[in-house]
Write a protein that binds this ligand. Structure first.
Ligand code: GLY
Length: 355
C-alpha cells in the first residue's frame, strides 16, 4: 500500500493506492468523514464487477446506502444525468454532511464530482477510480464536469475530493484496449516530468511488464499530478503541461467525431505530433519523436492517424486559445515540458507541415 497527500490547505486530501483496498473502503472513509448516509454513483459495467466489494465494506457502517448506476460511456456525462442524481439525492434525504462516492472511470468521476460540487452547494465526495486512465489522471486534481451540445467538458467546476482510493485489482478486468488507453496518460507523465518513468515503461515493454510494477507506476503518476496540481490548482499556468498531446489529440478526436479513436489513442498520436512540432521549431531535441513513437507502438497505441476535414477550425476554436494566441505544450527534452505560446495562425501553418 502506498499513500500520498495532495496539499491544498483546507482542501488537502490523501490518495491511497493498494491491491484489494476496495474491501477496506469503510475504514479509509471513516478517517475523513462522518456521514449519516452514503450515495454511490457508478455505471452498469463497474456495478457488475466491483460494487459488491465496496457495498459489503460500507454496509459494515450500518448507514443507509443508495446506489445510482448509469449506462457506461460519454453519453451519461450530461446535465440530464446530473438532474437524475439531484432527484435521487433529495429522495434519499442527502444533507451537506453526507457523502457521495464515485465508483468508476473518468465519466463516472467527472459526473459525480460535478454533482457533488453543486448538490446543496457542495457535499463531500470520494473518488474510487477503476480504470487506469482515471487512476492516474481524472480522479486527482478536482476537475469535474459534464458535456453539453457545444462540446465536451464545457460545464464544470474545480471541486476536490476528500479522498482518492485506488484499488489496483480493479484494473485486472480491463480489456487490453482500455488498459492501453490509460497507458497513453502514463507515458505522458514520462514525457513531461519524469524521464526515469519513461525508461521504466520502455523496459516494461507492455501490459504484463507494467502490471508487475503497477503500484509504483500509479504512485509515480499520481505524485507527478499532485505536484502540478499543488502548484496550479485552477489551471492558469503550469497545470497546462498535463495537456501534452491533447491539443492535436483533440483535433483527431473531433475529426473522427469522437468515435473511431479513444481519448488515449488520440492523445498517443497527439504526443508524437507535439514532439514532431517541437523538433520542427527547434525546441525539442532531434530523436525524441522517434523514442515516443517507439514506446507508443510498444503499448499498442497508434503511431499514424490520417487527419482529415477542417482541423484548422478545431485548433482555432480550442479552449486553450487566449485571444489570437495558442499555448501548446512541447518538450525541451524527454522528461521536461514547456508551455510555448504562439500565434494560432502560426501554429496552424506549422501543424500543416508535420501532419
Ligand atoms: N487532466 C488534466 C488536468 O487535470 O489538468
Amino acid at each position: 500500500m502506498k499513500q500520498l497527500q495532495v496539499a491544498l490547505g483546507k482542501r488537502s486530501y490523501d490518495i491511497i493506492i493498494g491491491q484489494g483496498i476496495l474491501s477496506d473502503a469503510a475504514t479509509y472513509i471513516a478517517q475523513i468523514a462522518k456521514p449519516r448516509r452514503i450515495m454511490i454513483v457508478t455505471d452498469d459495467t463497474v456495478k457488475a464487477l466491483h460494487l459488491s466489494k465496496l457495498q459489503a465494506s460500507l454496509e459494515t457502517t450500518g448507514l443507509p446506502i443508495k446506489v445510482v448506476s448509469f449506462t457506461p460511456g460519454e453519453g451519461s456525462k450530461s446535465l440530464k444525468s446530473v438532474e437524475t442524481l439531484y432527484a435521487e439525492a433529495f429522495d434519499f434525504g442527502m444533507t451537506r454532511t453526507d457523502l457521495v462516492v464515485a465508483l468508476g472511470g473518468g465519466v463516472v468521476g467527472d459526473l459525480t464530482g460535478f454533482f457533488a460540487a453543486t448538490l446543496l452547494r457542495g457535499v463531500p465526495f470520494v473518488q474510487i477510480p477503476t480504470t487506469l486512465l482515471s487512476q492516474v489522471d481524472s480522479s486527482v486534481g478536482g476537475k469535474t464536469g459534464v458535456n453539453v451540445p457545444a462540446g465536451k467538458n464545457l460545464v464544470g467546476s474545480f471541486y476536490q475530493p476528500k479522498l482518492v482510493l485506488i484499488d489496483t485489482d480493479t484494473l485486472k478486468t480491463l480489456s487490453d484496449s482500455i488498459f492501453a488507453d490509460g497507458m497513453a496518460e502514463v507515458i505522458k507523465y514520462g514525457c513531461i516530468v519524469n524521464s526515469e518513468l519513461f525508461i521504466a515503461l520502455a523496459k516494461a515493454g507492455g501490459r504484463a511488464g507494467v502490471e508487475a510494477i503497477l503500484e509504483d507506476v500509479i504512485y509515480t503518476c499520481c505524485d507527478a499530478k499532485r505536484q502540478v496540481v499543488e502548484e496550479d490548482e485552477l489551471d492558469t499556468g503550469r497545470r497546462m503541461i498535463l495537456n501534452f498531446g491533447h491539443t492535436l489529440g483533440h483535433v483527431i478526436e473531433k475529426a473522427y467525431n469522437f468515435k473511431d479513436y479513444t481519448h488515449g489513442q488520440a492523445v498517443a498520436y497527439g504526443m508524437i505530433l507535439a514532439a514532431r512540432l517541437g523538433e520542427a521549431l527547434g525546441i525539442t531535441p532531434k530523436g525524441v519523436t522517434e523514442k515516443i513513437s517507439d514506446i507508443i507502438q510498444q503499448y499498442h497505441l497508434p503511431t499514424e492517424i490520417q487527419i482529415t476535414g477542417d482541423w484548422q477550425k478545431t485548433i482555432l476554436l480550442d479552449k486553450k486559445m487566449q485571444g489570437k494566441k495558442l499555448s501548446c505544450v512541447l518538450l525541451s527534452e524527454l522528461g521536461t515540458a514547456v508551455v510555448h505560446t504562439m500565434e494560432a495562425e502560426q501554429f496552424v501553418s506549422e501543424a500543416e507541415k508535420i501532419l
